[in-house]
Every structure is written in C-alpha cells, then in structure tokens.
Design a protein around this ligand. Structure first.
Ligand SMILES: Cc1ncc(COP(=O)(O)O)c(C=O)c1O
Length: 369
C-alpha cells in the first residue's frame, strides 16, 4: 500500500506547528490590493533606523568577494567579539541569526528521552527547536507575563538538559533583574544547560544590564546568545552568536554547518559591532518610541505589558479581528494568540515616530469599527 512519504519523518517532526513569521509587506499588498509603499510593517521587531554608514561600506566591500566561500571559522568577527567581551575565541559560536545558535544548542544537547524547560509566553523557537529533536517541552506558567524563574528551576527533572530563558522576553517584553538571574543560575543544577537569550539586550538601560561574562566564569553550564538582528539593524543578513564555556562551544560547533554565516553578514556584523554610536541612537530612539506607544495605548484606555524590548504588547480585546482591521489600513503587527497564548494582545514593534503615530491612528480607528 502506498504511504504518504511525510510519514517517513519521525512523528515528533510531523507534529510541529510551523513558526508564524510577521507577514511581509509584499504579501499584504498582494492580498489586500494595497500599494507596497503605503504599508508599514511593525511585526518582526526590526530596527526602523536601518543600518549605519560604516556597516553599509563593509557590505559594499564584501560584495566584491561573493564568489568565494566565507571564512567558515568567522575569524575576524570572532576576533572583534573576543575583544569586546574579553573572552577567548574558543568561547564564541557564530550563527545564521541567533535562531541558528538556539538550534545548535538543541542539536547538540537535546534528543528523544530528554527535556527542556521554558516559560509560558516565551519565544516560539524554544518549543519548536525542542520538539524538532524529539525532546519534551516542560512549559512553566508565567508570572505577571514574565518568566517565573524560581518555578522554572523547580521544574527541572532528571531528563532535563536545557533551560531556555529569554531576557527580555519576546513577545512579552518582560525582564528579569541581574540579581534574580544570578539566584536562578545558582539554583539550576550544573548538569543542565541554561540558555540565556539576550536578543534584545541592547534595548535595556545600561544600569540594568548584567555582565554575562562574569557569570560564564562561574557557571560553565551557561550559554548566552545575542544577535545583530535587532539594535544593530542586520535582521536580513542573519547573524548572531553564543558565548559559552569552550567545551560547550566545541560541541555546538560540531553540529554547525561549515559555512553557516555568509560572508556579507560576517563583514557587516564586524563593522556594526564597532558602530557604538548607531547602537546608542537605536537605544535612545527606541525608548522614545516606546513611550510614544505607551502614551497612545493609555489614551485609548488599553492595557499593555511594560516592555524592555523594541516592541510593546497591547491588550486590544478581540485581537485577531483588530489585527485584520489594522492590515486593511496598511499596518502590519503581530498577533500573539496561538502558541503564545495571548489571544487578546497584539505585539507592535517600535517604528519611527511617524510609523508609531500611524499605527496608533489605525488602532484608534480599528477599535471603533
Ligand atoms: C527572544 C528572541 N530570541 C532570538 C530571536 C532570533 O533572532 P535572530 O535569529 O534574528 O537573531 C528572536 C527574534 O525575534 C527573539 O525574539
């Protein structure tokens, strides 16, 4: 009897519900018959400032060499990161976005018979990467929309090899203070890897930022992940990294594709890392934008989850309906029902002041409809 060839894949792979990305502008334009120029996308936590001139120059220079494979070791970028953090290159793993780095953790440390702990409302890739390896997800109820770190430490069982923690978390924007994280690291057994996903780290005020390198020295089971997709403005190029104990980095590198980060991304990221001014501007403008969105939500009488990221998650009531009304007005945001379990909220990325204004006006109109 003929079988459906998809059944050749393990059942845990077949039961994966695919990641739902923010809708691209071109798709909304096609579906709703709108002009692409009239649409704004505030759905994927991208940087509205684009990239800085130094990064652009590095991209132009790297273009000349695209006929060649990239440096598979990413030496120049690792050297720059090593200088920035004061860690040896053997402690750094580069990825095609930090998403890739999360997948490398799952590939290297998870599998059937193993489990990973994560919070309710946490970044969608954690359950996906866990399930794709045949491992079990242990989802811990959130506390005030954020990670309940004490409960997460208690949820670790004999089969747990990984704990995923996002700080700040997406899509809630919630944040755990350094002292809370330190207490958490002390509680999680050393035989369990703690992945501290700091994709939005640059958007936290300097006074609240922890020193993960200090923690790495004390906790060899810690993996810190960061990205160039957010404050550095390189989401389209895909480059992120992990800082980890050299032996953890070593196993992650064994499951890494030899050329997982492309040459343009490597060059751009090294240049972007140096452009402190651009990152400082991204931080400052984001803070202003957040305040603008918060103020706008308050005026509309809407609750929101206080955010430490470059996005705000607002309670709008019938979110799927409001989402569609916004789409019809050419504003793309992100619904966070489904796997995120926030059916009454919409997540909006901080855009330029004009984009934020446009979103708020569309929201006001959409709510009245
Ligand atoms: C919490 C969190 N971690 C990781 C990522 C992955 O980002 P990238 O693969 O672009 O580095 C995202 C992207 O939105 C995120 O929100």
């Amino acid at each position: 009897m003929l079988i459906d060839p998809c059944e050749l894949s393990p059942s845990y792979v077949r039961s994966i519900a695919p990641y739902q990305p923010g809708k691209p502008i071109s798709e909304v334009a096609r579906e709703l018959g709108l002009k692409e120029e009239s649409i704004i996308k505030l759905a994927s936590n991208e940087n509205p400032l684009g990239i800085g001139p130094r990064t652009r120059a590095a991209i132009d220079a790297a273009l000349a060499e695209v006929a060649r494979y990239p440096d598979g070791s990413g030496f120049a970028l690792k050297q720059a990161l090593s200088g920035r953090y004061g860690v040896d290159q053997s402690s750094i793993v580069l990825g095609n976005g930090s998403n890739d780095v999360l997948e490398l953790v799952a590939a290297a440390f998870l599998g059937p018979g193993r489990a990973a702990v994560m919070s309710q409302h946490a970044f969608a890739v954690y359950p996906l990467a866990t399930q794709a390896r045949g491992a079990r997800s242990i989802v811990v109820p959130a506390k005030n929309f954020g990670h309940d770190l004490e409960a997460m430490a208690r949820a670790v069982d004999d089969e747990t090899y990984v704990v995923w923690a996002a700080n700040p978390n997406n899509p809630t924007g919630t944040f755990a203070r350094p002292d809370e994280l330190e207490a958490f690291l002390r509680k999680v057994p050393e035989r369990v890897l703690v992945v501290l996903d700091e994709a939005y780290n640059e958007y936290i005020g300097a006074d609240l930022r922890a020193d993960p390198v200090k923690w790495l020295k004390r906790h060899p089971n810690l993996v810190v992940t960061r990205t160039f997709s957010k404050a550095y403005g390189l989401a389209g190029l895909r480059v992120g990294y992990a800082l980890a104990h050299p032996s953890v980095a070593d196993v992650m590198n064994r499951v890494r594709q030899p050329f997982n980060v492309n040459s343009i991304a490597l060059a751009a990221a090294a240049a972007a890392l140096d452009d402190m001014e651009f990152v400082a501007r991204s931080y400052a403008e984001n803070l202003q934008g957040l305040r603008q969105l918060e103020e706008g939500a308050r005026k509309l009488g809407l609750d929101f989850i206080p955010s430490y990221g470059n996005f705000l998650t607002i309670r709008v009531g019938k979110a799927p309906e409001v989402y569609k009304r916004l789409l019809r007005r050419g504003v793309i945001v992100r619904p966070v029902g489904g796997g995120y379990q926030l059916p009454e909220h919409l997540r909006v990325t901080v855009g330029t002041a004009a984009e934020n204004e446009r979103f708020l006006a569309a929201l006001a109109a959409g709510l009245k409809e």
